[in-house]
Design a protein around this ligand. Structure first.
Ligand SMILES: *[C@@H]1O[C@H](CO)[C@@H](O)[C@H](O)[C@H]1NC(C)=O
Ligand SMILES: *[C@@H]1O[C@H](CO)[C@@H](O)[C@H](O)[C@H]1NC(C)=O
Length: 142
């Protein structure tokens, strides 16, 4: 199994290299949430994107919102994207990548990070659903 996996992996890599000899993919960065990926509404969270290469522009994107894009430069190995006053709609799947300042070459995307926003103050009312369910479907024809 492992050998099979490795040979497939190598095949993929080799083909990849065949396709883009000059354009070698930059190693993908890692994305973590601090203090945690489960945060309370109205609080702040830091999404830290880290690469092995320094001096790059980091890009944070959201899977559910193709228009969402934040960019931040760093001369070091990481940047911290601060998300403040979190709303429920800020929950979702985030990933980051980076591009080098010199060549503007883009890296692979990081693993997905699930951000959960908890602590809704008002509980959703169930009364509407319950009423709808209890109304007999045939009441009008009867
Ligand atoms: C969130 O960040 C903002 C801006 O940095 C700060 O003013 C606020 O106090 C922070 N809120 C919490 C709950 O840490
Ligand atoms: C980062 O890139 C800038 C612009 O290309 C360059 O001036 C600077 O020396 C670089 N810094 C490091 C630490 O490589």
């Amino acid at each position: 199994m492992i050998v099979e996996f490795l040979s497939l992996f190598c095949l993929g890599l080799c083909l990849g290299h065949e396709d883009e000899k000059k354009n070698e993919k930059l190693p993908k960065p890692s994305l973590i949430a601090l203090p945690s990926s489960m945060v309370e509404r109205s609080s702040n969270v830091t999404l830290k994107c880290q690469s092995r290469i320094q001096n790059v522009t980091f890009i944070l994107e959201k899977l559910q919102d193709s228009g969402y894009k934040r960019e931040q430069r760093s001369a070091g190995h990481h940047v911290e994207f601060l998300l403040t006053d979190l709303k429920l709609k800020d929950a979702g799947t985030y990933f980051c990548s980076y591009k080098t300042m010199a060549s503007h070459e883009c890296s692979e995307k990081s693993e997905h990070l699930q951000l959960m926003v908890t602590g809704s103050v008002r509980k959703p009312s169930l009364s509407v659903n319950v009423e709808a369910e209890m109304t007999p479907v045939c009441s009008i024809t009867l």
